[in-house]
Design a protein around this ligand. Sequence first.
Ligand code: BGP
Length: 474
Amino acid sequence: MREKRFPEGFLWGGATAANQYEGGWNEGGRGASIADVLTGGSVSKERRLTPPAPVEGEFYPNHEATDFYHHWKEDIALFAEMGFKMYRFSISWSRVFPNGDESCPNEEGLKFYDQVIDELRKYNIEPLITISHYENPLHLSLEYGGWKNRRLIDFYLNFAKVLFERYKGKVKYWLTFNEINMLTQPFGAVFCAGMLDPADNNEQARFQAMHHQLVASALATKMAHEIDASYKLGCMLAYHNGYPYTCRPEDVLFAQQHGQLHNSIAGDVHVRGAYPGFAWRYFDEHGISLERKPEDDEILKQGTVDFFTISYYSSCCVSAAEDGERTAGNGAENIKNPHLKTSDWGWQIDALGLRYVLNQIYDRYQIPIMIVENGLGAVDEVSEDGKIHDPYRIDYMRQHVEQMKEAIYDGVDLIGYTCWGCTDLVSASTGEMKKRYGLIYVDKHDDGSGDFARKKKDSFFWYRDVIRSNGEEL
Ligand code: BGP
């Protein structure tokens, strides 16, 4: 009989991204990335871009972030103490190629990651590397206009090749692009594609950029397999779960189309190696014309991924009539679901939706799945007893882990879970420190104050026990 439990060897761990965590923005020969010209913000105040360079007197939270650059040893020891089996992190492109278009890498930058990877291996923690996570070198935006320009494919492949060759035998799992499908929304223009000119924030440019990234991803996947046949390459989507707001057939169809647009176009190209029919219809009806090369179809077919990964934080409702109160979510605002509670930032908490989504993905693709981001952004305070009590985060994670277990029992091949922001780091969308996800607190604040001291939150101990019991003790 099948049992409702996590399989042996399940990859429990945590996830971060260099631009939000690493800091050391101008050390070790690193060049500037787009995140370095993004100011801090808040829920009500958008982050602002100040290219071509940081401006005196402005605050740029990503410059120091939470300083993994100088705390990597200590932090990895804490991950090991929690029992991590996997740690997902990204490599800052501009630390390895300061401008992005050089032919030779910055050796000092690579040495930083050599140490990190060796330290992880020392504790038997499997690295999961995101090659590009919201941190295109700034020069590629200023000189080439970002990913709408096909030339970025070659620069990206140059970067990826250096990593695949250097970390052969030390790393097994790779993700080509973080949340590539954010390019279906305005949020993605800057973060995913490094297209800083507001005039480029339209569907034509964003889908063109996504096409270039999909081609780059396929070529990188093929190259990785040639360099080391045991490499596993994955795609990464911000998975959108939009329920029909009513049972009107129009809303049900609209919800299906919402999923097709925001999830399945990128997902299908990554896994099936071709654009689905509804993509072409959408492009026709929205005046989008992709510039493609004759060889692109074959490239996409030959570079399909080995596993599927998602970020999942919340769900929303969608409606053909666009009625209903609205609320925030990852990357976009949508209709509020009256049956769900929201986080302090308006993201709706829906653990059951995770089971729904996992089944949906597995039904469609039947390849192994990992959840590589999930967690609760909340305000954490150090209590009088000097501790950080975060029962709300434990509650959130517990509910989601329970639903992962249900999905496994449903037959989904779920192989890993790396919770987002295992240590506190800078929020991508708002640039705040106040929006904390970590199981480890970092003394760093929105006004730039703080000494980067690390403290274990209550959730740290809870997660350690979850991992120790392989998901039995929740
Ligand atoms: C995802 C990103 C992460 C992360 C997370 C939480 O979209 O991949 O980089 O930041 O969302 O979002 P936020 O930081 O905006 O709360």
